[in-house]
Design a protein around this ligand. Sequence first.
Ligand code: GDP
Ligand code: CA
Length: 318
Amino acid sequence: MRIVVLAGGIGGARFLRGLKQAAPDAEITVIGNTGDDIHLFGLKVCPDLDTVMYTLGGGIDEKQGWGRRDETFHLKEELAAYGVGPEWFGLGDRDFATHIVRTQMLGAGFPLSAVTEALCDRWQPGVRLLPMSDDRIETHVAVEVDGEQRAVHFQEYWVRMRASVPALAVVPVGAEQAEPAPGVLEAIAEADIVLFPPSNPVVSIGTILAVPGIREAIAEAAVPVVGLSPIVGGAPVRGMADKVLAAIGVEADAAAVAEHYGSGLVDGWLVDTADAGVVERVESAGIRCRAVPLMMTDVDAAARMAAEALRLAEEVSA
Ligand code: GDP
Ligand code: CA
């Protein structure tokens, strides 16, 4: 069984760990979001790709959900002592090595997809991890500060501002001119199942779908596409997805997210048991829907979610 998963960071990575357990023999290709990428201290940082790589490779800080476990911050402190920031983005010593290797390889002319493959040689995530594109795409968020509109990098909005002001618009800068990375369209064309984990519908999955060709390939693939809601009981399980959903005019609601993707893209949708009341609404939008527990409290819980997603995929294809 060949499964393609579109993934952001934490939500995607934790789901993938469950999927690997639920379908140990499956060939899993992950199309990772690179819209969150940022250049810091002259280094190229790919937070979502790294979260997937570290989580599946056993190097993640479990509690935090991102970054390396047993991390130290000497380098950051030394940089701060020189007055060199930003101080709001937490890069640890172990993590720095990843970004140095990546930046060095990019500088030598390797595309991001080849660099990601090389980094995964060490981590052995057990999936094929592809960046959505080798081209530079950067998500920017339009905000109003002191009565003036300006655009900030997604990380500045998310990490520095903690999404404390409304997002007026979310723009994946560069996406229009970008091409899917080598292997992305091929993996979708050869897939038996496509899954949308409970990743952020706007700045993770939305950004991947904004790369020309990816949305079309998924919509046209004659295979079941099943998604899991990151919104439970009218709020994101973690983070501030409601802020960026508002920017695109979508309610923070499990059914509204399904309707946003639409029946032209997804065939099946899982909502949490707390949202059992919206199953009918989703089904009336032409999307097969089930209510099952969707809290990834541990790997087993994530594996049960993945098994439910695979079951629903089988059901919609029958
Ligand atoms: P990020 O790039 O690190 O923000 O991660 P993703 O985009 O992959 O996932 C973020 C989304 O995951 C958030 O909108 C959360 O609501 C969702 N999420 C996190 N943990 C859980 C969980 O246990 N269950 C569900 N249903 N969603 C979750
Ligand atoms: Ca992210």
